[in-house]
Design a protein around this ligand. Structure first.
Ligand SMILES: NC(=O)c1ccc[n+]([C@@H]2O[C@H](COP(=O)([O-])OP(=O)(O)OC[C@H]3O[C@@H](n4cnc5c(N)ncnc54)[C@H](OP(=O)(O)O)[C@@H]3O)[C@@H](O)[C@H]2O)c1
Length: 348
């Protein structure tokens, strides 16, 4: 065998490479598996474990587009990484917040999921309990009204005796040019996203985190990074939350509270994606401009939230984890294209 070929084989299956779906036979046929029987046996056990592993480090995990639990789930993190923890998740009744609740619960966490629509959180909670076997408390709150948050946090503490993680996911959004945006529309988004995040964080701090420590994850967005057209309201609101993340990380660090933002890009199977023209963008091949060439899914956001909630990120605070496939770096910020999306989604 020529030296060059030998080197190439070595490169194909490095000792620590991410496992893939190829069968042992396929590996041998393609000359990718080394030469000795012992090596093949070793790979045999690796292949079995590798069967359900993502093919590459950028392949998305399976997901479902509806607000339902995953049909199948394979743990990539230790299944008990959040065992004994309790998470309070605003916006946990749908979309990204629902999937975060599910993934946390699949890792041993109990959850309280909170939103305005009691029926929605109640139904979501039932699904989550059935799929994960963990406890989930559905709560009705409006993050603009601190007294509703106080009542919900009290109820959670009564039920679970502790809260370790807060996910601020509640938000509202729509596409609208600044010139057509009413004063009230701008204020409403600021109220829900920015004030809602502050209100909930402050209640949690006073009721529990100040004395026990905790983790806060603020779900934000990349809209303000380049001044996304038609998004002055949401972009401003989320930028303020990113600032809040840094302020609170500094002030509350001595209380053993970590505060981070998680900024998703376009995420399939969400209200945000439907409303902000994700389907249109897909059809018009706009995702080709994203470095990873696709939208993300809810499980990918939940996995990033899991990292931020877990001891794996024990020294991470005051930062924003952008989970967008590189989108904000390269995607067009075209006013006319976005207007196309706005009018197209308005027809839906
Ligand atoms: N989807 C995306 O592509 C994307 C991209 C970037 C960032 N994000 C962010 O990810 C988060 C989840 O978005 P999503 O797309 O999954 O949308 P979603 O399903 O509409 O989630 C928003 C949640 O917030 C709750 N909510 C809204 N107003 C509230 C209020 N005043 N008080 C309490 N709860 C309230 C809603 O429940 P009720 O209506 O029952 O109150 C809903 O469950 C948001 O923070 C969003 O800005 C999403």
């Amino acid at each position: 065998m020529r030296e060059e070929q030998r080197r190439e084989r070595k490169l194909r299956i490095p000792a620590c490479s991410a496992p893939d779906f190829r069968s042992r036979r396929a590996l041998r046929r393609r000359g990718g598996g080394g030469t000795s029987r012992r090596a093949a046996r070793g790979r045999g056990s690796l292949s079995a474990a590798a069967m359900a592993q993502p093919r590459s480090a950028s392949q998305p995990p399976p997901d479902v587009d509806t607000d339902d639990c995953l049909g199948e789930y394979r743990h990539l993190f230790s299944p008990d990484i959040l065992a004994g923890r309790v998470a309070f998740i605003t916006g946990g009744g749908s979309g990204i917040g629902f999937r975060i609740a599910e993934i946390f619960m699949r890792h041993g966490c109990r959850t309280a999921i909170a939103g305005r629509n009691q029926q929605r959180v109640a139904e979501a909670s039932k699904k989550l309990v059935v799929a994960t076997g963990q406890q989930c408390l559905p709560l009705s709150i409006d993050v603009r009204q601190p007294q509703t948050i106080v009542a919900a946090v009290d109820e959670t503490l009564k039920q679970f005796k502790q809260i370790d993680i807060l996910v601020n996911g509640a938000a509202g959004n729509f596409l609208c040019p600044a010139s057509a945006l009413s004063f009230n529309a701008f204020k409403t988004v600021m109220d829900i996203d920015t004030l809602g995040t502050f209100n909930t964080s402050k209640v949690l701090f006073e009721k529990y985190f100040r004395d026990h420590g905790g983790v806060i994850i603020n779900i934000t967005a990349t809209l303000s990074y380049r001044g996304q057209a038609l998004q002055v309201h949401a972009g401003s609101a989320k930028a303020a939350i990113d600032a809040m993340t840094r302020h609170l990380a500094v002030e509350w660090g001595p209380n053993n509270i970590r505060v981070n933002s998680l900024a998703p890009g376009p995420i399939t199977g969400t209200e945000g994606f439907r409303r902000l023209g994700g389907k249109f963008a897909k059809d018009s091949k706009q995702f080709d401009t994203i470095p990873l060439q696709r939208a993300g899914n809810k499980t990918e956001i939940a996995h990033s939230a899991l990292y931020l909630a877990s001891p794996l990120s024990s020294y991470v605070t005051g930062t924003t984890l952008v989970v967008d496939g590189g989108s904000w770096l390269t995607s067009a910020n075209s006013f006319s294209a976005l207007l196309g999306i706005a009018s197209s989604s308005a027809k839906l």
